[in-house]
Design a protein around this ligand. Sequence first.
Ligand SMILES: CCCCC/C=C/CC(=O)SCCNC(=O)CCNC(=O)[C@H](O)C(C)(C)COP(=O)(O)OP(=O)(O)OC[C@H]1O[C@@H](n2cnc3c(N)ncnc32)[C@H](O)[C@@H]1OP(=O)(O)O
Length: 399
Amino acid sequence: MAAPALTFLRRLCWRSLCEARQAQAVCIPAVHLHMTTATMQVSQKDFEKAQEQLKLLKKDPGNETKLKLYALFKQATEGPCNSPKPGMLDFVKKAKWDAWNSLGNLSQDNARQKYTELVSSLISAESAGQTKDASPEESRHDGYETIIVTTKNNITKIMFNRPERKNAINHQMYREIIKALQEAGKDDSTIAVITGNGEYYTSGNDLNNFANVQPNDMEKMAKDGAELLKEFVSCFIDFPKPLIAVVNGPAIGISVTLLGLCDIVYASDRATFHTPFSQLGQSPEGCSSYLFPKIMGLAKANEMLLFNKKLTAAEACAWGLVTEVFPDGTFQKEVWERLKAYASLPKNSLAVSKQLLRSMEKEKLHAVNSQECEVLKERWLSDECLNAIVSFFQRKSKL
Ligand SMILES: CCCCC/C=C/CC(=O)SCCNC(=O)CCNC(=O)[C@H](O)C(C)(C)COP(=O)(O)OP(=O)(O)OC[C@H]1O[C@@H](n2cnc3c(N)ncnc32)[C@H](O)[C@@H]1OP(=O)(O)O
């Protein structure tokens, strides 16, 4: 069918098509009166039942099917197409006329039969789909060890999964998250969610990433680390569909800064938000040096990014970093119900809208990311940073 005709047909509301058919159905008893054989009476009964069933369909079956139903109904009730051909520019009437006319001399009995069969196949397909919808399978993606990646209800969930280490992000986890985001950006899901398994959202960068490095390898460690970090943050900047953070517990360091690159942030009231960069002799990343002042204002961003102020979930929400806070007891239930509803919205519309909202900033964000990684590369080689890492592990070993 020609594209303009389809476009115009989209204007046809499915419900109004059903109602129109209901109105037309008034003339059916007259047809019924002309039938004599028992088979035909049964067929007529089925035909009427099919019309009733059609009204119960919840999903729009699409323009092609609607046209087929229209044509079969007209053929069944009025016989071969007998109305004048509409003008070329009357797209909707023309498409309907074409569909009816294409049935040629198909008998009314056959048309009734085909109509009834078509409705029955639509009803079965929908109820099969509904059963599936009621308990859709959660599919787990292969090839990950430090994260769990699953898809269900049009949502791809990426879950930090090192609960015994408070979900600290080691080099392998950075790489796996990069891979998972690249795949989630291309898969059939409508939205992607990042969350943590267990008590923590994540404790941020695994400080072991800096441990056991020989003095001669320090520069290489810093260079490789900066490259990996840049690629990691770039995946968040470029992520093409809505990305939602479900912050189930305390969040530290890079997991907090990345929230500025997420489109929605839901937090449990047990979550806290801490960026102890200066305490660690480091500097902000995840584009937070640019996004945090924009989100919360410079004065508040300074308290977080310079002076390590740890925020409660309520504070993070008041400062604009978190979208909404939920009581921990009902957090998972409330959030996933909400996300399921969001993920049933039109996928492409959400994707283009997200891209519009972010596109003006993209170039700037990549530049900020590069600069932050360059500064960090230097920081990781500084005495301030090395002393802070050593003192973390000394503290731990004393406990
Ligand atoms: C490619 C490189 C990119 C780099 C990008 C830079 C990012 C910057 C940041 O992310 S800065 C933030 C770094 N994170 C931290 O400073 C947190 C450090 N951890 C802690 O302060 C504490 O562990 C805690 C507050 C998260 C939890 O304390 P608690 O006492 O409740 O629990 P434990 O400390 O006993 O934790 C259990 C074990 O997990 C280990 N662990 C937890 N988090 C980290 C981490 N981030 N790095 C390394 N190890 C971590 C902890 O050491 C315990 O291990 P143990 O049982 O062997 O002692």
